[in-house]
Design a protein around this ligand. Sequence first.
Ligand SMILES: Cc1cc2nc3c(=O)[nH]c(=O)nc-3n(C[C@H](O)[C@H](O)[C@H](O)COP(=O)(O)OP(=O)(O)OC[C@H]3O[C@@H](n4cnc5c(N)ncnc54)[C@H](O)[C@@H]3O)c2cc1C
Length: 442
Amino acid sequence: MKQRTSHVVVLGGGLAGMLAATVLAEHADRVTVVERDDLAADPVARPGLPQHRHAHLLPSTGVRALEALLPGVVDALVGAGAHRIALPTDLLALTPSGWRRRFPGRRFALTCSRGLVDRQVRRRVFVEPAVELLDGVEVTGLLGDARRITGVRVRGGGSLRADLVVDATGRGANAPGWLAGIGAPAPEVEVVDRAVVCASRAFTAPASARSGFPAVTTALDPRTGAPGRASLLTPVEDGRWLVTLVGSDGVEPPSDGAGFAEFARALATPLVAELMAAAEPDGGVHLSRATANHRHRYERMSLAPVGFLVLGDALSAVDPVHAHGMASAARSALALRAELRAHGLTAGPQHRAQRVLARAARPAWTTATARDRLDPDPVTRVRRAVSRRLPATAALPGSAAGLAHPRVLSALLRGGPPDGGGAAPPFTAEERAAHPFLGARR
Ligand SMILES: Cc1cc2nc3c(=O)[nH]c(=O)nc-3n(C[C@H](O)[C@H](O)[C@H](O)COP(=O)(O)OP(=O)(O)OC[C@H]3O[C@@H](n4cnc5c(N)ncnc54)[C@H](O)[C@@H]3O)c2cc1C
């Protein structure tokens, strides 16, 4: 029989922390999730989740991982107002080569506010008797020494003892400093920063468009490292749209309503500006500059203290433009589950589990940094060269294997795009008929 651990403390009650708690509860008598925010009112919006103001898209790989961890959660999300966007059918995407064609495909994404995902996950995680929530409590440091972590310190002078501490405090994680505070080594950090700035505003959609309206995106040009402008409009719950405008490499979307509209109008297509003009603003514009790709190489620490694991954005946070963070958190929790079911959770070294978590976060890191690197490695240079020959596709193949796709190869061999991008937004006749505000766009 596999050994059980008596008490695990998970730092951070965001997506990665809650999913980790679910997984760890299979192997521990008690899992305590310590969250700085007060969650008593089951909030969708809260200070510890500033990214809830920005458009979030959960791709099908993430949806499947989430459902595998918490069966029924996807139906609950859709029931609470999340939209299931079929890709590329329900996405109007303007790429550097024109509007992407819409056709039935197998991929899809869920769109809703970031906070709604957490709420539905939270409602499933904290019904598990072994998992308890300690909210309104801020972790301020680690207990232990360079050999073993034995718990955490919390604001106000208290502490919590644990056999295992799992850090899921997100992009702003302080663990490297906390480790230094107890005389433990800190991990190496890698940073790839394209200086992406996101500005977002919520809108009440026009009455006809509160359900069944496609998402709209204007992609950053992945073929240059030049300053860029992009946008994403996603339908979310309660008949609203979330519009995120993106600037990179020195371009910054404004944080006032008029400037926000103007920035949208100056994009490669004014479509998002026109859609916003047909909708009702719901609150102000919110800016985020916390977008750099950065990862901590905990798995490489030969002298890492026992009793400590890191996952989610605290381990590897990627540029949000690539929409990988939530899916990566879900896939990491799934990988941790497989690892612990195979090898158990012991009170001994966690190097092996940390390596599994690092591996699970790697695809998102590789894809995001390959696209963001201004001084690309050889593989990225090949991908960019291929992309110059590709038509209206917002995304390049995410892996070297993808380059071997017949469509990519045929584009290369023919020296031109396999299908052309359109010049006008490809709304269907039904959409134009259903939404009078599209009237001018025929
Ligand atoms: C502008 C923007 C757009 C994005 N768009 C997408 C998208 O479209 N698709 C996608 O998949 N991802 C997107 N992301 C990324 C996604 O939001 C993150 O990857 C995801 O939230 C990471 O989850 P996490 O649990 O690791 O961290 P978080 O969700 O940040 O959770 C960390 C938690 O830890 C708590 N905490 C922090 N410090 C302490 C402490 N000291 N003590 C106790 N608690 C603490 C916080 O309150 C918070 O609840 C976007 C991010 C941004 C900024």
